[in-house]
Design a protein around this ligand. Structure first.
Ligand code: NAG
Ligand code: NAG
Ligand code: NAG
Ligand code: NAG
Ligand code: NAG
Length: 417
């Protein structure tokens, strides 16, 4: 229905253009609306060469083709049942932007490397590799985090050698591995891993940067856990991690998103929907409460909208986005709304970008090589803006793009740029 409405709208717009008595006005209007205000990025995770696909973000939130840029290594898919599902890395955060640092980092799961790029802030689909890709400190890197001031990148490895490794950032020379940051998790895994059960899923910094938190999925009914290290002054990590397990009912902590104004995080849980992990009692051990999501099959990715104050989580198997509210005083969670996407689209990573005070969600529909754009106009009132088929952009660039692209991150052109 939405698609036929938008097709009718486009047809009407084209018809209006054909009979327009004001072609100059039409042309100016179109030029204005196609000037990018930002960019969105994901990786193809292609086995013959991993590429970063960039798309221009237009003032109304829509996308246009950007560039395809070599990520500096090879992609690799995890082994899953069913085989070659859209979630090829069992992870969130395969590519990340640091807005203030004009910086992007990504990983090459088939080469066990991570790479650093600078973002041209006036034309952010133009990214340039800085230095050379560096060893990830393990096998099958599938997630990474950049600290707030852009001085440190930490990678999460998920293969037979699994754990974290952090890197110092130099925007002239690139990444160098930091001493006292290689920390193993010690899961019994292979390279590539079999998953999604028993794999690490996402690495993030806590809101104040003092903790590094990695999710680890369990093997239901055996629960997974969060692994939390202290980030010490100078960037070293504490020697051992602290385990926090989900409350009964949870099993597969997948993504982690800070709950602003708290020391808690929202974690998706592919087994039950979501959970909150609360670190407020101090130290690295969190208590957990479960937030069941109706009709969920595999809720794995999460993002927060400053504009609506709500979280948006995506489900790869039900092709559903769910909006959650977490009360920042009580940490109680409620389901606000659910937004179905086209069946089989295979939603994976998402990111939220603020354009002129309005938040837009960019959702990687990895099974159909598309990005779904939603306008988060008000709590409970997200609007379907566009389903952008990236395969056309990839074809122009000669890039093979199949199901299994991963990650989603974005950059907004600073208004002073
Ligand atoms: C892309 O960025 C590089 C590095 O900042 C710059 O030298 C180049 O001119 C930019 N190219 C375009 C087309 O903007
Ligand atoms: C690791 O997993 C493999 C395959 O499931 C199993 O055969 C092996 O015994 C496990 N090793 C350990 C140390 O648990
Ligand atoms: C960046 O943040 C880290 C961790 O909070 C801190 O140790 C470091 O001193 C900061 N560096 C700069 C240049 O601000
Ligand atoms: C906490 O939630 C309230 C109500 O939604 C909101 O107004 C406030 O900005 C939130 N505080 C923070 C620090 O995010
Ligand atoms: C992905 O697409 C294939 C082929 O169209 C379909 O059989 C499969 O169910 C889809 N997977 C998901 C997770 O949507």
């Amino acid at each position: 229905m939405k698609f036929s409405i938008s097709a009718a709208f486009v047809f009407a717009a084209i018809s209006a253009n054909l009979v327009s008595a004001r072609p100059l006005f039409q042309k100016q209007a179109r030029q204005a609306s196609t000037t990018p205000v930002g960019a969105a990025y994901f990786i193809t995770n292609g086995a013959s060469g991993n590429m970063i696909m960039t798309a221009n973000v237009l003032p109304d939130g829509r996308l246009s083709c950007g560039q395809a840029v070599k990520a500096g290594g090879l992609g690799l898919a995890g082994a899953s049942t069913p085989a070659n599902g859209p979630d090829s890395l069992f992870s969130q955060g395969a590519v990340k932007v640091n807005q203030a640092g004009n910086m992007l980092a990504t990983l090459n799961p088939g080469s066990n490397t991570i790479s650093l790029f600078s973002i041209d802030p006036t034309n952010p689909s133009n990214i340039t590799m800085v230095g050379m890709p560096v060893g990830s400190g393990g096998e099958f890197p599938n997630s990474l985090a950049i600290n707030a001031n852009g001085t440190q990148v930490c990678a999460l490895n998920s293969g037979s050698t699994n754990g974290v490794q952090c890197f110092n950032v130099d925007m002239q020379l690139g990444l160098t591995s930091q001493p006292n940051t290689l920390r193993l998790i010690g899961l019994n895994q292979t390279t590539p891993p079999s998953g999604p059960a028993n794999t690490p899923g996402h690495v993030i910094y806590s809101a104040d940067g003092s903790q590094l938190i990695a999710t680890v999925k369990g093997v239901p009914p055996m629960p997974g856990f969060l692994a939390t290290w202290d980030v010490l002054p100078g960037g070293a990590l504490s020697a051992a991690y602290t385990k926090s397990v989900p409350a009964p009912g949870g099993a597969l902590p997948f993504s982690a998103t800070v709950i602003p104004g708290t020391t808690a995080i929202l974690a998706t849980d592919a087994f039950v929907g979501a959970s909150v992990f609360d670190f407020s009692q101090g130290g690295n051990a969190a208590t957990s409460t479960i937030i069941p999501i109706p009709n969920q099959k595999a809720t794995c990715w999460s993002a927060f909208s400053q504009a609506t104050g709500n979280f948006y989580v995506t489900d790869v198997d039900s092709s559903m986005m769910t909006e959650l509210n977490i009360n920042n005083q009580t940490l109680a969670g409620t389901v606000v709304a659910q937004y179905p996407m086209a069946p089989g689209s295979g939603l994976v990573d998402l990111d939220i970008l603020t354009i002129n005070g309005m938040d837009y969600a960019y959702i990687n529909q990895a099974n159909v090589t598309s990005v779904q754009v939603m306008a988060l106009t008000a709590p409970g009132k997200a609007q379907y803006i566009e389903t952008f088929d990236v395969s056309e952009c990839a074809a122009v660039e000669g890039v093979p793009l199949t199901a299994g692209s991963m990650g989603m991150t974005s950059f907004v052109i600073p208004t002073t740029a």
